[in-house]
Ligand binder design. Structure first.
Ligand code: PHE
Ligand code: FE
Length: 290
């Protein structure tokens, strides 16, 4: 997940200088594995026909469709062979530069704790189910693997240029909440969607949210919400296209061109948008009215 609040400024007791900690796989209880299995079963019923082919392939290749919280060392071994990525454990949120530095070196940082059985549908901080089931399958895809490494380097650069908020929106609307026009039709690939049973359906099937063709500058200007289903989803044409657009563009001039422009409010539709669904926003409205 993207970094939000209460981040420490140095590694806590027991963490290495790069903030990593042992996963401590033996420390998981039966109840912990049971929570994983419950979430896993729900998603395995929902995702075929909804999740992108690249995501489904990654699940199988990494054996993330099998039961039990995965052991990061075994998972990393499989992932390393496919795309050179590893999964390392960290104690919750880490500072932005640490997050990007790991990513630029093909290390995906994941929380090692799992939500409680009474928190199946909502958690404040990303846990191992979100981080591993949600994010890691896409890392088995060579194009997405390259995209995320490039994103890590881009993050370090955005920090220097003071444009983290704008670059963070790209992460949000692709890595976390992205949709793709797959060969079979519209599909989900964002980790925040594929790890949520309710949003897996909402993102594709609800009339409420907008679905808009991906546009890099537009995305970087668009606000987002962290407390409920998204009101906007952006749809990429393919992972090749996402990789090409982001790596072949030097973001420094792009940042300059949007620095003075206003942010785009969450549910706004612009004249230039390629509108796939003009959402009713009924869901957000009913929530706001309580
Ligand atoms: N091209 C970007 C830059 O110039 C780096 C980047 C690549 C950022 C891919 C995000 C994703 O900063
Ligand atoms: Fe995430």
């Amino acid at each position: 997940m993207i970094q939000e609040t209460h981040v420490l400024d140095r590694p806590p007791e027991g963490a290495a200088a790069d903030w990593t900690i042992p996963q401590n796989w033996d420390g998981y209880t039966q109840e912990d594995h049971g929570v994983w299995d419950t979430l896993l079963e729900r998603q395995m019923k929902l995702l075929p026909g909804r999740a992108a082919q690249a995501y489904m392939n990654g699940l199988e290749a990494l054996r993330l469709s099998e039961r039990g919280i995965p052991n990061f060392e075994e998972l990393s071994e499989r992932l390393m062979k496919l795309t050179g990525w590893q999964v390392v454990a960290v104690p919750g949120l880490v500072p932005d530069d640490v997050f990007f530095e790991h990513m630029a070196n093909r290390r995906f940082v994941a929380g090692n704790f799992i939500r409680r059985p009474d928190q199946l549908d909502y958690i404040q901080e990303p846990d191992v189910f979100h981080d591993v089931f949600g994010h890691v399958p896409m890392l088995a895809d060579p194009r997405f693997a390259d995209y995320l490494e490039a994103y890590g380097r881009g993050g370090l650069r955005a920090l220097d240029l003071g444009m983290l908020k704008q670059l963070g929106r790209l992460y949000w609307y692709t890595v976390e909440f992205g949709l793709v026009r797959d060969e079979e039709g519209l599909r989900i690939y964002g980790s925040g969607i594929v790890s949520s049973s309710a949003e897996s359906r909402f993102a594709l099937e609800s009339d409420s949210p907008n679905r808009i063709g991906f546009d890099l500058r537009r995305v970087m200007r668009t606000e987002y919400r962290i407390d409920d289903f998204q009101q906007n989803y952006f749809v990429i044409d393919s992972f090749d296209d996402l990789l090409r657009q982001t790596t072949e563009t030097d973001f420094a001039p792009l940042y300059d061109s949007i620095r003075e422009l206003p942010d785009i409010p969450i549910a706004a539709i612009l004249e230039k948008d390629e509108v796939i669904t003009h959402g009713t926003q009924e869901y957000a409205r009913s929530k706001a009215e309580g």
